[in-house]
Design a protein around this ligand. Structure first.
Ligand SMILES: *Cc1c(COP(=O)(O)O)cnc(C)c1O
Length: 491
């Protein structure tokens, strides 16, 4: 290599062509080709330490050709990724993403339009408004509705609860929560995003009232009892959070019954704020056969929905949808004359005032491309297929000697218990974790585990449209084989 630093501008220019991009893009295409067919291991058996050792090197001071970087990248990293596009990856709630959206990501980066203000993203800001409009129409709201894209369900729920906070405590932005802040209610299976929001906004976990579940669904009876108790004590309620597709089991809360209670326990400001965390299950809206799961969604005041989950977008693509756009403006009372347009007319387009983020990627383009390329019908069919595979596993495990499904799947998630024969029940949790670790390390497949009703259980989330009945059968065979080994080696 040359001793003198190369002309840095020439380095940039050398990488601008499609030909220059080819080594990187080819890695993505090769990955898709290799994993699509279901060949090779699903994950890695290497520890983080082994991989960290391999990566340890001084900060690179000199340039190297992009093709060399692509080779290094491939040999250092790609063997040990989780192959989400492999049909035996049936693990966490992260998608095997839609290819059209994958390629669009490069364009989003190339254009690098920031969504903070309209003047920085002259065509993409109106695009985000348009896509948000599609989504609020799907919910069934009118033109007062609005929203924003977010980094995911966590930010969407945080922002929705900030809006609810501003409604409950109108001067909160200037003066804080005050001495007697209201409470927040959510189900025991609500995502930790809810508790995190309460902690982050200074409400405190002690102001979160957790409602027990009935069949993994927020118990409406218990919610009523709590609301009556709070009313009797004179405690104000900031919001009720329902979940449409809860993380553990994919179960949908009874939205109409919860919305009825929000109406019944209205305070002087009107019905209680209902936030629906549909981060996981929002895609049910698109499907004729699943839409009934989200009946009543339009009665929410705010909805979180992650297209990067069951709509199979690559990270990150989250949405916060608001029945009344004005609520969102009130979540943040930020003044920033150097950035936000002072005139009301222009401000209507700016996304920054509506968002926790300032600089923000135009992830909306991926969502738009996904709808343009596949159409809502194919996206709905893909969602139905994911859910069908959870049903398939449910069917296969019914009557299985050792594995028992723990609920009827309402989406693409199924939790199931392992009941190893002739094993002390006190060892079951540890053995279940051992079985999962062994199965995942084997390369045959990849699943998750969770704690449900106090017990460690196995869990699948079907996030790859290529996962078929044969793969679900292979999962059961693989678990059978590894289970026999784990039991045998258990003293
Ligand atoms: C995944 C999930 C979240 C968190 O969303 P992120 O996109 O990971 O921030 C919140 N709620 C539910 C129900 C989820 O499934």
């Amino acid at each position: 290599m040359n001793d003198r630093p190369t002309d840095p501008l020439a380095l940039l220019e050398a990488d601008t062509t499609l030909e220059a991009a080819q080594p990187i893009l080819a890695l993505a295409a090769q990955y898709l080709a290799d994993t699509r067919a279901g060949e090779g291991p699903v994950s890695t058996w290497h520890s983080a330490e082994v991989i960290a050792d391999r990566l340890a090197e001084p900060l690179p001071r000199r340039s190297r050709p992009l093709a060399d970087v692509a080779r290094r990248l491939s040999s250092l990293l790609l063997d040990d990724v989780n192959r989400l596009a492999h049909p035996m990856y049936i693990g966490h709630q992260v998608s095997a993403p839609l290819p059209a959206a994958v390629w669009t990501d490069a364009l989003v980066s190339a254009l690098n339009q920031s969504m903070a203000v309209r003047e920085m993203s002259p065509s993409f800001t109106p695009l985000e408004h348009q896509v948000v409009r599609w989504m609020t129409d799907l919910v069934g709201w009118d033109t007062r509705a609005g929203g924003t894209m977010t980094s995911g369900g966590t930010e969407a729920t945080f922002t929705a609860l900030l809006a609810a906070r501003s409604r409950a405590i109108p001067d909160v932005w200037a003066n804080g929560l005050g001495p007697n802040p209201p409470v927040l209610l959510c189900g025991e299976h609500a995502h930790y995003a809810v508790a995190r929001a309460a902690g982050a906004m200074g409400l405190g976990l002690s102001r979160v009232v957790v409602i027990p579940a009935d069949d993994h669904r927020l118990s409406v009876t218990a919610l009523r009892v709590q609301l009556e108790r709070l009313r009797a004590a004179g405690t104000r309620v900031m919001a009720v959070v329902a979940t449409a597709g809860c993380t553990a089991t994919g179960t949908f809360d009874d939205l109409p019954a919860i919305a009825d209670l929000c109406d019944e326990f209205a305070d002087e400001r009107g019905p209680l704020w209902l936030h629906v965390d549909a981060a996981h299950g929002g895609a049910a809206m698109l499907s004729a056969s699943h839409r009934h799961r989200v009946t009543g969604l339009a009665r929410a005041r705010s909805v979180a929905w992650d297209p990067h989950k069951t709509l199979l977008l690559p990270l990150a693509a989250g949405l916060l949808l608001m029945r009344e756009e004005d609520d969102l403006e009130r979540a943040f009372s930020q003044k920033a004359p150097y950035l936000f347009t002072p005139s009301n007319e222009a401000r209507a387009w700016d996304m920054g005032p509506r968002s926790f983020q300032c600089s923000r990627r135009a992830d909306v383009l991926k969502l738009w491309v996904a709808f343009q390329r596949y159409g809502a019908e194919a996206l709905a069919a893909l969602y139905e297929r994911l859910c069908q595979m959870a049903q398939t596993l449910h069917g296969l495990l019914q009557g299985h000697a050792q594995f028992a499904p723990l609920h009827a799947p309402e989406s693409n998630i199924l939790c199931f218990a392992w009941n190893p024969p002739a094993v002390d029940p006190r060892d079951r949790d540890a053995l279940t974790d051992a079985l999962r670790a062994r199965y995942n390390r084997s390369g045959r497949g990849w699943i998750t585990a969770t704690t449900l009703d106090g017990r460690r259980v196995l869990r699948i989330t079907v996030m790859n449209a290529r996962t078929d009945v044969a793969h679900i059968e292979a999962l059961v065979r693989g678990l059978d084989a590894e289970a026999a080994y784990v039991v045998q080696h258990h003293r």
